[in-house]
Unconditional design. Structure first.
Lengths: 110, 114
């Protein structure tokens, strides 16, 4: 079946540094790529997304890059803060459903 | 603010018993989804729905049924619960039939099957 792989299972950075989480997908029909954040013991909430008609999207400290040829997309977080510590999930989808990666645990050390 | 609620929040069931997980959304979204989250497997789609009366199989539908009696409500039914169905279950709602828009997740239900 189709898959989404998150390359980093854990990532540790110092406060103020940048963090990058990388994902690859297998379904060439995927056209929508959202990212979700899950804080410890809580539910998932949406952080940012990108559609296949663009290759870059920025929202404040977050930037998503999409390389359709390589079937790769990434989340870049600048000026990390302790409250960025969480599990981040990438996902890819087309019609009706999303396939999620396994998640990356980001730890921001003060 | 979008609101998705789930009940119960915690459930302990016995093997072979019937379990119903309920989800309610006040977003007036057409689409609703049921996922389970397990360590090492991430989030996997069980069933989803495009609107009242419709249900579709997701990636891991075996052992589960779904019911969408209204725009607001979407239930997940385990007719014969097994220990392998011990997991955290999340319901979500979204606005696009092709799943292209943000999904709003409920708080989750922790199910333990003994």
């Amino acid at each position: 079946g189709e898959k989404v792989e998150q390359h980093e299972s854990t990532l540790s950075v110092r406060e103020g540094d940048s963090a990058v989480i990388n994902c690859t997908y297998t379904d060439t029909a995927s056209s929508y790529f959202p990212w979700y954040k899950q804080e410890a013991g809580k539910s998932l909430h949406f952080v940012i997304d990108i559609r296949s008609n663009v290759d870059r999207k920025q929202s404040q400290r977050l930037t998503v890059l999409l390389d359709k040829k390589a079937k790769r997309f990434s989340l870049h977080i600048t000026a990390t803060q302790p409250e960025d510590s969480a599990i981040y999930f990438c996902a890819a989808g087309n019609t009706g459903k999303l396939i999620f990666g396994l998640g990356t645990t980001l730890q921001v050390q003060p | 603010e979008a609101a998705v609620t789930q009940s119960p929040r915690n459930k302990v069931a016995v093997t072979g018993g019937k379990v119903t997980l309920s989800c309610n959304q006040t977003n007036n979204h057409n689409n609703m989804y049921w996922y389970r989250q397990d360590t090492g497997h991430g989030l996997r789609l069980i069933h989803y729905s495009y609107g009242a009366g419709s249900t579709e199989k997701g990636d891991i539908p075996d052992g589960y049924k779904a019911s969408r009696p209204s725009q607001e409500n979407f239930s997940l039914i385990l007719e014969l619960a097994t220990p392998s169905q011990t997991s955290v279950y999340f319901c979500a709602s979204g606005d696009a039939p092709w799943g292209g828009y943000e999904q709003y997740f409920g708080p989750g239900t922790r199910l333990t099957v003994l």
